[in-house]
Design a protein around this ligand. Structure first.
Ligand code: CDP
Length: 219
């Protein structure tokens, strides 16, 4: 069983993915973290994330066995890394290097301790379209750029970090633009994805709506 969740930055994909994974007892992979880890690795080398050769090399250097510990690095969450991620994500060599890893996880999912799971939930930008076109359930989770910026703003404030709404909104729009207009695997809903506009919903409502949609389809 594979559940694919795609959508733009800060739309609530990750929260929904984790809730569904927990509910069904499936393993979860936040594929954005893979791109973030590549962006981070390039920044650590003091290099430009748009440099194709260096970014592709960093993506190829991933060892699937150590992936869990790499993806836990808290530095992956910050906005600088997010921006670097969306730059390396444009590079076809980077996407190709991460594809097998994501497909392997979808088909042979495992929990953090290595135990196999009977299903997987993957969230990203191209899961339903490119990584797992045959996923059993596909969601495209979205919300207006203003609502998404507001959520990020509150998240940062709550964490006691400096936050500027206008800068966050501009960053989100720039990332949307880059993600939607790239040639390889752009951000878009799969034809058979269920669209979930979360602009006026909280996380619990989004989860409940998703469960209702699954129940209707798999009754
Ligand atoms: O959490 P947030 O939505 O801000 O971003 P993320 O999911 O961590 O993804 C960071 C960046 O990685 C995105 O802006 C995309 O450019 C890229 N990405 C991608 O191209 N394909 C994926 N399957 C996941 C992320």
């Amino acid at each position: 069983m594979i559940i694919a969740i795609d959508g733009p930055a800060a739309a609530g994909k990750g929260t929904l993915a984790q809730n569904l994974a927990q509910h069904f007892n499936y393993a979860f992979l936040d594929t954005g973290r893979l791109y973030r880890a590549v962006g981070y690795a390039v920044l650590q080398q003091n290099q430009d994330p748009s440099n194709e050769e260096i970014a592709t090399k960093a993506a190829k250097a991933f060892d699937p066995k150590t992936i869990n510990s790499i993806l836990k690095n808290p530095a992956l969450r910050n906005e600088t890394t997010g921006e670097a991620a969306s730059k390396v994500a444009v590079i076809p060599g980077v996407r190709a290097a991460l594809l097998d890893l994501q497909r392997n996880f979808a088909e042979h999912p495992f929990f953090e301790d290595g135990t196999p799971a009977k299903g997987s939930v993957l969230d990203g930008r191209d899961i339903g379209t490119v990584v797992c076109p045959n996923a059993d359930i596909k969601f495209f989770v979205t919300a207006s750029a203003e609502v998404r910026a507001d959520r990020r703003f509150k998240e940062l404030k709550d964490a006691g970090k400096p936050a500027n709404y206008d800068e966050i909104l501009a960053g989100i729009k720039a990332r949307d633009e880059r993600d939607s207009n790239r040639a390889t695997a752009p951000l878009k809903a799969a034809d058979d994805a269920k669209i979930l506009d979360t602009s006026n919903m909280n996380a619990i409502q989004v989860f409940q709506t998703a469960l209702d949609m699954i129940a209707v389809d798999h009754a």
